[in-house]
Every structure is written in C-alpha cells, then in structure tokens.
Design a protein around this ligand. Structure first.
Ligand code: PLP
Length: 394
C-alpha cells in the first residue's frame, strides 16, 4: 500500500462544490484586491490566535518581513532565531538588512533553547524570533522574560502552528507579532501562497497595514517605503471554506500522532523523548544509549497541532537509510531540515552564531518526518509502522 507524505485531496475534494461556489462569488464581484473576504478571514484568524488584529498577507515569509519592517528592524540590528528551522525564518531577517543570530534548539521539543538565546543577546539585539516548530509552541515564558529584561521585541513564527496553544493561550499574540502561513502543506493549507500577521498592538497593526500597501496613506502619499504584501480575496474566500473544518483536521492529526506513538513505542529500540532532558543533549544521549528511534512528544502544557510527526533516527547514516527503506516501500517521508541555518552558504558573511548549535546539528542529521495528514487511514499508519519495524530488524 502506497502512503504519500501528504494528500491534500482528502481535505479539498469533499469541499469542491463549496470552493467552486465561492470562486464564482469572487469572479462575479470583479473585486480582486483586499475587500470583505480578506477582512472576514483576518477577523477569524485573529480570534483563533487571541489577537486583536489580523493582517492578511501574501505568504508566511512576507508576514515575517512585514512584522520586522513594522518593528523598524534593519541594518545594524540583530534578530535571534533558531539555527534549526525553515529558511524563511532567517531569510526574512536578512531581507530587511538585519543580522540573523543563530542559537541552539531543545533535543526534546526541537524548539529554540532559552539558555542559548539568553547567551546571544547583545546591545544590537532588536528582536527574538522563536518558531513553533512542527506544530508545538516554543517555551514562551522564558523567551518573554528575556525580551522584557532586555527591552526587545518578540515575533512568533507560527507558520506551522495555527491554533496551537501554550499554557492555555493560543500562539500568535503571546509576543508582539505572530505570523502564519497558508502554504498548502501547512495545517490550514490554501490554494497557492498566503499568510497572516497578528498582533494585539494597535499602532503596530496600523503600521503593518500601511506597509502592506507600499506604505501609502492616503493612496499615492508615502510616509514609509512599504511593499506589496497583500493577501487576495480569492485565496481568503477559499480558505474561509476550510476554516470551519479546521478543528476537525487538528483532531485527526492529534489522534494520528497518538496512534503512531502507541504503535511505535511497542517496538524494540524505540522510545519517546523524555521531557526531563529538555535542553540537555548530553543527559539525553546517556539515557538513550541503545535507542534506535526517538518519538516526538507533546508537553502537557502545550496543545500540539502536529504539523509534522518527526522521528529522530539515531546512528550515523541510519536516518537516510530509513528514508530510503520507506521510499522503496512506497511510503513518503521528508527531512525537515537537512542543513541548519548557520551552515547555509548565503549566511556565511551576514550572520552570527555565538556558540556551535550542537543539538541543532544533531537534529539535522537525525530528523525524519512521516505522514500525519488528516485523512491518513489506520491501515496506512499500520503500513508505516510495519515498515519501520522491518527496518529496525534489518
Ligand atoms: C512555511 C514556513 C514559513 C514560510 O511560509 P510561506 O508561506 O511558505 O512563505 C516560515 N517559517 C516556517 C517555520 C515555515 O514552516
């Protein structure tokens, strides 16, 4: 049985009639830039993330750039972000002319390490950019405490975490800005590119809105140099059709994750990450002696939305071997992410890495994400589990 990494038709096919109908609505309106469809989606996403304002933008990447611009971050400034993340997190910092500063991650939850962040702060630091990686919230209490102590801003990269929670609060409006992506593989996947910026700060929201349309107010009068970062109403209208089903999608991802954990932890050489090893690779290594695969875990204080179910495959070359084994059995998997930001060629000169991010480097060698999407059947999950069992015996 073939098991793709992601099958978007599970979500989109049942909504085809409704999607076609809203497409017709936008077509008939002849209104193709901003407008009521975008405003409706902005209100919904703001509410989901506990924010006062939502600003619809052209992608998750542009959401980050717009947030950085509204915070007036640019040349001479530093922004701290994890070395283990998708490129856009760090790329956006460089795009506004600031210097990305790369810090380590936690070996348990894969998120930005608070102690490494603290050690990286200088007088040039203007913001901390934690990522809620794979759908689980970063340790926001520690990040916020640092930000307050040093008077720096916090931008939450929530591209993979719309609707995730941290200590009872939705992610997005915990810091000064939150950013989301509607890239098709994200949990609320669109029909092209799209994104959203959220904030509770009236002034920042206002500036972000102005910057979204070339920094003009009124039209043709420019106090700022902005850009074209708009979300279009067709995308917003289509996303609004999927939105009422979002909780259901999340529930399926969560039950798929629970099923994997239950089935896989029964195999020899497999165990779940232990929260007591948070932030400490050495202690974890000692405890994991002889373990072949470490399963991801959700902290009790976080509502994990499982954008990815990411294994750590231990031992040199073993991750790549498992990926190949699964591939030859018709099972999709992906390495998120094979090369950390501190090792990217484009950041050789214009970045800073205060200390070697050794956990991040290890994660880049060991991480492998397996299919978790809503619509994945139990039979398909059993196939994945059986092939992992075969691999462990080989
Ligand atoms: C997907 C993603 C982005 C960028 O979103 P796009 O909509 O693809 O531009 C940014 N950060 C993270 C962590 C992501 O996963």
């Amino acid at each position: 049985m073939k098991v793709p990494l992601l099958d978007l038709s599970c979500q989109n096919a049942p909504l085809a009639d409704e999607l076609t109908e809203v497409f017709r609505g936008v077509l008939d309106s002849s209104r193709f830039i901003l407008g009521p469809e975008v405003e409706a989606l902005e209100a919904s996403i703001a509410e989901m993330s506990g924010a006062k304002h939502g600003i619809g933008v052209s992608s998750g990447t542009d959401a980050l750039i717009l947030a950085l611009m509204a915070l007036k971050i640019g040349p001479g400034d530093e922004v701290i972000c994890p070395a283990f993340t998708f490129f856009a997190t760090a790329g956006s910092v460089a795009r506004v002319g600031a210097v990305p500063v790369f810090v380590d991650s936690c070996p348990v939850c894969f998120n930005i390490d608070v102690a490494s962040t603290a050690a990286a702060i200088t007088e040039r630091t203007k913001a901390i950019l934690p990522v809620h990686l794979f759908g689980q919230a970063a340790e926001m209490d520690g990040i916020l405490a640092l930000a307050r102590e040093h008077g720096v801003a916090v931008i939450e990269d929530g591209a993979q975490a719309l609707g995730a929670g941290y200590r009872g609060k939705p992610v997005g409006a915990i810091g000064d800005f939150g950013t989301f992506s509607f890239f098709p593989s994200k949990n609320l996947g669109g029909f092209g590119d799209g994104g959203m910026v959220v904030t509770n700060n009236d002034e920042l929201a206002d500036l972000a809105k102005v910057l979204r349309t070339h920094g003009s107010r009124p039209k043709y009068f420019h106090q700022h140099v902005g850009g074209n970062f708009r979300l279009d109403p067709l995308q917003a209208a289509l996303l609004s059709v999927k939105l009422p089903h979002y909780e259901g999608y999340t529930a399926q991802r969560q039950s798929n994750a629970a099923y994997y954990t239950e089935q896989l932890s029964g195999l020899d050489g497999v165990c779940s990450a232990d929260p007591s090893h948070c932030g400490c690779l050495e202690a974890q290594d000692e405890a994991l002696e002889g373990t072949a695969i470490v399963l991801p875990m959700a902290y009790p204080h976080s509502d994990h939305i499982w954008n990815q179910y990411t294994l750590r495959v231990r031992g040199e070359g073993r991750r790549d071997a498992l990926k190949e084994h699964l591939g030859s059995a018709g099972i999709g998997s992906e390495i998120y992410y094979p090369l950390t930001m501190d090792k990217q060629e484009c950041f050789e000169k214009n970045s800073r890495t205060p200390a070697p991010p050794k956990t991040a480097h290890r994660l880049a060698d060991e991480a492998l994400s397996i299919p978790i999407y809503p619509g994945l059947t139990t039979e398909m999950q059993d196939t994945v589990v059986a092939e992992i069992a075969n691999f462990l015996r080989s």
